[in-house]
Design a protein around this ligand. Sequence first.
Ligand SMILES: *Cc1c(COP(=O)(O)O)cnc(C)c1O
Length: 384
Amino acid sequence: MSTPHKGFNTICIHEGEVIDEQFKGAISPIYLSTSYAFEDVAIKRYPRYFNTPNQEALSKKIALLEKGEAALLFGSGMAAISTTLLAFLKQGDHIVLQRTLYGGTANLINEEFEKYGIDYSYVTTQDPQGFEAQLQENTKIIYIETPSNPLLTLVDIQAIATLAKSKGILTIIDNTFASPVNQNPIELGIDIVIHSATKYLGGHSDILAGAVIASNAHIDTIFQLGKNLGGSLSDFTVWMLERSIKTLGIRVKQQNENALLLAQWLSQHEYVQNVYYPGLPTHPDHALAKKQMKGFGGMLSFELTEQIDASQFLKKLQLIKSSMSLAGVESTMVSPHLTSHALISQEERDQQGISDNLLRFSVGIEEYDDLRQDIAQAITQLTV
Ligand SMILES: *Cc1c(COP(=O)(O)O)cnc(C)c1O
């Protein structure tokens, strides 16, 4: 049925659906059965085996969106990340990761890997040479996350994929921040793509989910461990995620547009001193962003000048919510030094360039003018 020629929004809406043969309803029916008639096959249908009708259909949709052969859905982004990493690593192996990782991923590595006897090294620079310098005889995986949180720095995906291929090392990317709308790493040579579907794929701040997209062979390896660990996604949530993905393309397009306009406006503002957005020509990775991204995304960060206290500023916002999660249709803003990066030392925050006045802005789909005016009025309250 599926052809590789369908466009993104068409796939969002029409591919990977459960067809309602019985009533010809317009949308996928939801199958909540945990028990299916035995069909004389090696693996029967069971939610923990990732193979209910809704799971299979949505996995196909997500695989098509990321241009991979197959996908698996998980109960959270972290379930997807932990299952994938442990599926390919064993005692005595080594993994190279970029330093600026999602906090939960860093916690998984730092708190759990030692007891499995898995060795790891962090790369503090963005350049491929920095990754190459950390490789060892027993390195099995290079793991990247681009654009990174919260400063939106980029890693050259194709360069990392080429480096890893030349050494027979597996590559994994956390593509959550870009979403499949803005970046398709499999096209650039990456082996495995992971999403926290809690973010852009879900997009409405109401579901927790994860997804992994890769070749059939890699997905089978992840499946083998996944069925034992038991982190699959409930079919209710699968159904909600399918519904959410129908508007993924148009949501993210609007978020890209709003974020670019806001980044441009903020960078001209007298009370703003630094704006971090890959779509700005002043961003150090702008050329790379143009090369590997189709849009620059809905996440940006900026620093207020010293006259304004960032936490006071957040309290003055009326439309933009001050909240931790990201990628919803509503705009949210947080101070990384008080939230996502509160547990790391001041010294390390300084090293990573995370100042006390830095704000991370997850741009929603509201009207640009309303978002701009909300920021402007909050600044005015604190400066006149
Ligand atoms: C939120 C997030 C995760 C973790 O996903 P959960 O769904 O919260 O488990 C992983 N990576 C990135 C980049 C995220 O933003």
